[in-house]
Design a protein around this ligand. Structure first.
Ligand SMILES: *[C@@H]1O[C@H](CO)[C@@H](O)[C@H](O)[C@H]1NC(C)=O
Ligand SMILES: *[C@@H]1O[C@H](CO)[C@@H](O)[C@H](O)[C@H]1NC(C)=O
Length: 205
């Protein structure tokens, strides 16, 4: 019988599954299987291969997205890294609508333990963000989060997430955070969309 993964590892997998879905799987599936998901716009014409593979005019960078500002996204800045602890992952497609994928071992045990360790001194209460202001409201969201430095391990994860989505241009990896839920922790139903792609750095989902 396979041994069960540690709870902390499961939580970390879950944490990373959310941005991976938003930034990687949903755009990827929409690109390659346009009929699979509900259309995100009113265009019901089937897309040609040209539309799928010609990204140049498909996703102009929003005017508000500052590609050198690494407080929000992780720009590709050419800093070298290597990933000796990568485990190799397996993808399980659990449901197509809604899209639910489980990426087994996306983060290896060694990498997960590293993330847990470096996060401990940096946890702060998680915030709610409405597109303009940040606030703490434990009735809606109760957890702690820690911004992860872009060290070698984090760069490996960013690279893995980009590679998984096929290096599609004009999609950026948001800075990665560790998230800690205590037994009373929770996050009420919500969506990660603040209303405008043009504002820059908003999420596609
Ligand atoms: C973009 O971000 C960089 C780094 O924070 C900053 O120096 C620069 O002024 C920003 N540019 C604009 C147009 O806001
Ligand atoms: C979670 O537990 C840690 C360790 O006891 C504590 O420092 C932190 O404040 C707790 N966070 C929340 C949101 O309850």
């Amino acid at each position: 019988m396979p041994s069960l993964p540690k709870l902390s590892t499961v939580i970390t997998w879950f944490l990373y599954s959310i941005p991976i879905y938003i930034f990687v799987l949903d755009p990827l599936l929409r690109g390659f299987f346009p009929g699979l998901l509900p259309a995100s716009d009113s265009d019901s014409e089937p897309r040609s291969n040209k539309d799928i593979f010609d990204f140049d005019d498909a996703a102009a960078i929003g005017p508000g997205l500052n590609l050198t500002d690494d407080s929000f996204i992780s720009p590709e800045d050419g800093v070298p890294f290597d990933c000796p602890n990568a485990g190799g992952y397996r993808v399980h497609l659990l449901s197509r609508a809604p899209l639910i994928m489980y990426i087994e071992n996306f983060i290896s045990e060694t990498e997960a333990n590293h993330l847990l360790e470096v996060s401990i001194p940096n946890y702060k209460p998680s915030i709610l963000y409405d597109g303009h202001t940040e606030r703490i409201d434990p009735t809606k969201r109760l957890s702690d989060r820690a911004l992860l430095d872009r060290d070698n391990t984090v760069r490996c994860l960013e690279d893995r997430a980009r590679a998984f989505q096929g290096w599609r241009p004009n999609l950026y990896i948001e800075r990665m955070w560790a998230q800690r839920y205590n037994t009373s922790g929770h996050y009420r139903h919500h969506y990660d969309w603040t209303g405008s792609l043009a504002r820059g750095g908003d999420r596609l989902n």
